[in-house]
Structure formats: structure tokens, C-alpha cells
Design a protein around this ligand. Structure first.
Ligand code: ADP
Ligand code: MG
Length: 406
């Protein structure tokens, strides 16, 4: 059996026209002889009837007191509606289907409701149905605890459902269908001349996703990487094959001249707060420990950490900043904070050791009159922190400076 997993995101299912495109992709692959497992997200975006955010708003308007476990039960409805809708449309075309919830498809998770981790995928029923020649439609974004409670996997979780299922089934391909033409050099909503990439390595896109490129969830990529399942990110609304995500050796199979690039793309995370804690007169070692322990104890995730002999600088999400400041003050520190910042990242496997890349970043931001509040780098990424109002211009300036539109 040649198994393919197709995942359709929210906007790919939200209108009649979009669903017609979905049917087209399904029929094409069936005609090519593949056994299909289709993973779906909830239809549409906030405001549309069964979208995840609409369900959350609904709960907020009605008591606003749902516990995490019950909230997950509510959220699971979004994918169930979209899976059954797709099933009905396929059956109407004479295509036999079986809908399975995350639990029925074999997703076992921990009980961290709202952001559960997949512990195991046991796709027995999926395989059974495929063997009967049926298309299996699976509700993405969800699973079940060993006790039988419904759980959800967190934002972007349907991507993870798709690659985890692909790995468990040893699928020959996982196609992630979305509303853009693949993985681009930057978010096309901000950088208009962003260009689709033909092929990227798991590591490159993992990095981009971790640094904010929301086109695919980083955990989804990690799972695909571990099991070496090829993934394509492609448009529901076109027939182009989009971006192939694979291991670097897989690049040879793809006709491309861009393997040697230094910079793959540019990503951003907005709405972060920079926190500075100084320790006048030394003793910074103990301070660092105190600061980061306090953050961890309060479940505040920290990023962009710079440690110097005189103190620490790091970022938290704006939504966590009030609490972060409060708990630091409670242990006797005097933190300073700057909210409304954005982290802009330049990502590329080839950055390592290439002289002049940082200079180029500083130059292009300086020419655009953008202040760099903080910077850091690793083998594959250079980050700069800027004010949020400068973010769009920073992204465009860097994209142009590295000639990513070419
Ligand atoms: P879906 O509902 O299909 O999962 P998402 O909204 O999660 O769709 O992801 C697609 C969106 O990701 C695009 O509309 C685009 O604005 C955004 N995006 C951010 N960075 C990138 C990038 N580098 N390449 C492509 N899309 C990106
Ligand atoms: Mg998504």
C-alpha cells in the first residue's frame, strides 16, 4: 500500500470554492493510486461559525469558566464538523470514507489539556479502513489520554497530527495544504516579494518555524525529521507542488540551484517585552540563577537571553511581562522592561562562520533608521530585537539586503 497523508488547514476548508479545490487534490492522488489519510483542521478563522477561536469566544461569552479539560472537549467539535463535512462531500462524489476522531485514529497523549504531547500513535483502525479501500478522514489537533479524556495539541497542532500519523503509517509523503504557495523566504503578508522555496532541509524549516514562521508547526517538522518522512507544504488553491521539506541528501533529487544559499529566510515574533536586570557591583552568577529559576517556577518562557558580568537581558511575551516583573520584584530585584518589541530572525544553514553577515544586518537596519535593541546569534540564526513599529520595515530591509526575492 502506498500511503499519503494530506492535511488541510482552516482556510482550505472554509468556503465552497476552497472545498472544491480540496476534492480536486483528493481525486488526483486517488487516481495516482495512493491510499489517502486526510487530516483536517477546524474550518475558517475567528468569526466563522465553527472555527477554533469562535468556539473559544463562545465559551467566553457563556460563563467564561470552562476548565481546561472541558475546553478541550468543546474545541474537538471544530475538527469533527470539518471532518464530517469533508466526508459528506467525498461520499457525494462516490468516494467511500471513514471519519475517525484523534482518539479513534490512535493518538494517545498526556493530560496537559490545551497543549497535550503525543505519547504514541496506534493507527490500527486507520490501517484497517485503508485496507478496505476507504479514504480515512481524521480530525487533526486532538488525541485522548490513556484514561479516555479528549485533549488538544495546541495551536498549529493539526500539522503535528499529520506528520505523526505519516510517521506511524510510514507514509510516502505528507502534504500540508494551506493558503500560500509553500514555505516562502518570509511571511508574504508582510514581505510582498517573498519567494517560495523549492526545497528546504528539516533543520532549516524547523528553525524558521521556531522563530515564528507560522506556516508549519515546529513539532510537526521535528517528528517528520526523526522518521525521515518527506513533507510538502503547498497551496490548496493551485496545482504547484510547493516546498519539499527533506534531509539535505534528498536535495539531489530536486532540480534546484539554491542549495548553497547562506540565508534561507526571515521570520519574526512580535509582542515581546525586553527585561533587563542589573546587578550593581558584581555577583551576576547568582543573579542569573535566581532570575531564571523564578521564571521557570512561574512557567514564564524566556528567550533571547544575554548574560553579562553586570546582569541579564532577556525577553518574555508581552502577555507574561506583568507577572514576570512582579515576581522579580518580589525577590527583591529591580527589573526594567520595554514592551512592544519584536524579534526578527535571519535564518540559514550557511550563516555559520561566514564573515560579514552580521555587518550586513546592522548596515541595512541602520540605513533604514532602525534601532537594534539587542542581538544574538547561533550556528544557523541571527536575531535582532527591534521596536514593534519598526518590525515590518526591518523585515523588508533584511529581505532586500540578502536578495531573497531573487
Ligand atoms: P493553515 O490554517 O493552513 O494551517 P496557517 O495560517 O497556520 O494556515 O499558515 C499559513 C500562513 O503562514 C500564511 O498565510 C502566511 O501568512 C504565514 N507565514 C508566515 N511565515 C511564512 C513563510 N515563511 N512562508 C509561508 N507562509 C508564512
Ligand atoms: Mg497552521
Amino acid at each position: 500500500m502506498r500511503i499519503m497523508v494530506q492535511k488541510f488547514g482552516g482556510t482550505s476548508l472554509s468556503t465552497v470554492q476552497a472545498r472544491e479545490h480540496v476534492l480536486r487534490h483528493v481525486k488526483r492522488e486517488l487516481e495516482a493510486g495512493l491510499s489517502l489519510v486526510i487530516v483536517v483542521s477546524a474550518m475558517g478563522r475567528r468569526g466563522e461559525p465553527y472555527a477554533t477561536d469562535t468556539l473559544l469566544d463562545w465559551a467566553a461569552q457563556n460563563g467564561n469558566a470552562l476548565s481546561a479539560r472541558e475546553k478541550d472537549l468543546l474545541l474537538c467539535c471544530g475538527e469533527i464538523i470539518s471532518a464530517t463535512t469533508l466526508s459528506s462531500l467525498l461520499e457525494h462524489e462516490g468516494i467511500p470514507t471513514t471519519v475517525l476522531t484523534g482518539a479513534q485514529a490512535g493518538f494517545v497523549t498526556d493530560d496537559n489539556f490545551g497543549n497535550a504531547r503525543i505519547l504514541d500513535v496506534r493507527p490500527v483502525r486507520v490501517l484497517e479502513q485503508l485496507q478496505l479501500g476507504r479514504v480515512v478522514v481524521v480530525t487533526g489537533f486532538q488525541g485522548q489520554t490513556e484514561n479516555g479524556d479528549f485533549t488538544t495539541l495546541g495551536r498549529g497542532g493539526s500539522d503535528t497530527s499529520a506528520t505523526a500519523l505519516g510517521a506511524a503509517l510510514r507514509a510516502e509523503m505528507v502534504d500540508i495544504y494551506t493558503d500560500v504557495n509553500g514555505i516562502l523566504t518570509a511571511d508574504p503578508r508582510i514581505v510582498e516579494d517573498a519567494r517560495p522555496l523549492t526545497v528546504v532541509s528539516y533543520a532549516e524549516i524547523c528553525n524558521m518555524a521556531h522563530h515564528g514562521a507560522k506556516v508549519i508547526h515546529p513539532r510537526a517538522v521535528e517528528i517528520a525529521m526523526q522518521s525521515q518522512i518527506p513533507v510538502r507544504v503547498r497551496s490548496t488553491f493551485a496545482d504547484t507542488e510547493g516546498t519539499l521539506v527533506t534531509h539535505p541528501e534528498g536535495f539531489q533529487d530536486v532540480q534546484t540551484g539554491i542549495v548553497d544559499r547562506y540565508v534561507t529566510g526571515i521570520a519574526y515574533v512580535s509582542n515581546v517585552t525586553q527585561i533587563t536586570v542589573d546587578v550593581p557591583g558584581g555577583g551576576a552568577d547568582r543573579l542569573q540563577l535566581k532570575v531564571f529559576k523564578t521564571m521557570a517556577e512561574n512557567s514564564i518562557s524566556v528567550d533571547f537571553i544575554n548574560v553579562t558580568p553586570s546582569g541579564v537581558v532577556y525577553t518574555v511575551f508581552d502577555s507574561d511581562s506583568e507577572k514576570a516583573i512582579q515576581v522579580l520584584q518580589e525577590i527583591g530585584l529591580k527589573p526594567q522592561s520595554l514592551s512592544g518589541c519584536a524579534k526578527v530572525s535571519v535564518i540559514g544553514g550557511g550563516i555559520n562562520g561566514v564573515p560579514g553577515i552580521m555587518a550586513r544586518i546592522v548596515e541595512s537596519l541602520t540605513l533604514a533608521d532602525i534601532q537594534i535593541l539587542q542581538s544574538a546569534d547561533s550556528n544557523t540564526t541571527i536575531w535582532v530585537l527591534v521596536k514593534k513599529e519598526d518590525m515590518v520595515q526591518a523585515l523588508r530591509a533584511l529581505h532586500a539586503s540578502f536578495e531573497l526575492h531573487l
